[in-house]
Design a protein around this ligand. Structure first.
Ligand code: HSE
Length: 312
């Protein structure tokens, strides 16, 4: 294969109670990336939009992933990566995760697929480390595996794809303000009370069980985050109003997508999710903060090939 173009999905990390260990892929929001073999060795990055993002491979989220992969596999060709971002950086929808996971997926294809999915996650975490200073995997794991994906441990890396109820759908409202993951992590408390941890553990176990059992009542009861959401929600204009509107419109739960500022809500089917998106929009209607919204099924697949070619 000489060239492959791929879709790399947006992801919602944390899923309310499961900070740093759970995320899911979106079906219809994401980046497009093209990977082309070149005779000149090494990695070259071309940003098709967001040209202010660094294109030097060592400073680019996709670039550091690709560099590590060719360092390991020593191909006799180079790779040109074109990135067209559909997810705004700093949105909380896994923008850096999409670049990093997409790079791992696309480069692996051009190399003849020498690496396992879990190894791809490991490479992609290098991109997250560059972007936020922390090699968290709860965006890149679902970006690559699709559906809901659990990161049981990052050292050693242990990724568990979970069952994803097929009708489950997501609404996202993205206020167009930038929140850097690094900053959103710095404001978190470094320790917590055992009683708060116990509540959180119960909710995480309930959420995971609810997914497997397709028990929407259990999912709804479990989508509570008493640790991270109370701190980070202060960065999000009208967060409480958004959450209340989503729940009143029938959402199972509503919380912050990744490190924010995007807010997501899960619904048990696509029709309810559309209503929920409408309700979220109403909260922001006529306010000062510009925003965009998404309504999507859960992306069962993760990164996927759009076209491939042997010519060029
Ligand atoms: N788990 C990470 C965080 C996700 O909340 O900081 C960042 O997208």
């Amino acid at each position: 294969m000489k060239e492959v173009s791929i879709f790399s999905p947006a992801t919602v990390a944390n899923v309310s109670c499961a900070f740093d260990i759970l995320g899911f892929a979106m079906e219809n929001a994401g980046d497009e990336m093209v990977f082309r073999k070149t005779t000149q060795k090494g990695i070259r990055i071309v940003m098709k939009n967001f040209r202010e993002l660094p294109a030097q491979p060592e400073q680019n989220v996709a670039g550091v992933v690709a560099l590590a992969m060719i360092e390991k596999s020593q191909p006799d060709f180079g790779i040109l990566i074109e990135i067209k971002k559909g997810i705004l950086p700093g949105s909380g929808m896994g923008s850096s995760g999409a670049s990093a996971g997409g790079a791992a997926f696309g480069v692996n294809r051009l190399l003849g697929e020498p690496f396992t999915q879990t190894e791809l996650v490991q490479f992609a975490m290098l991109g997250e480390a560059l972007a936020s200073g922390v090699a968290h995997a709860d965006n890149v794991a679902p970006n690559l595996f699709g559906g809901f994906t659990l990161v049981r441990s990052t050292s050693p890396l242990d990724i568990i794809p979970l069952h994803t109820p097929p009708s489950l759908s997501v609404s996202v409202l993205h206020p167009l303000i930038e929140v850097k993951t690094k900053n959103a992590r710095n404001i978190l408390k470094k320790s917590l009370l055992l009683k708060d941890a116990v509540l959180q553990w119960g909710n995480i176990a309930g959420l995971v069980s609810g997914l497997f059992m397709e028990d929407y009542g259990l999912i709804a009861r479990s989508m509570h985050d008493g640790i991270v959401e109370p701190v980070r929600s202060m960065l999000i204009p009208l967060f409480d109003e958004l959450k209340q509107a989503a729940l009143e419109a029938g959402a199972l739960g509503c919380s912050i997508s990744g490190s924010g500022p995007s807010v997501f809500a899960l619904s048990d089917n696509g029709a309810v999710a559309k209503n929920v998106t409408r309700a979220l929009k109403k909260v922001y209607a006529g306010r000062e903060v510009p925003y965009e919204t998404f309504t999507s099924a859960i992306g069962q697949q993760g990164c996927r090939v759009l076209t491939k070619s042997n010519n060029g």
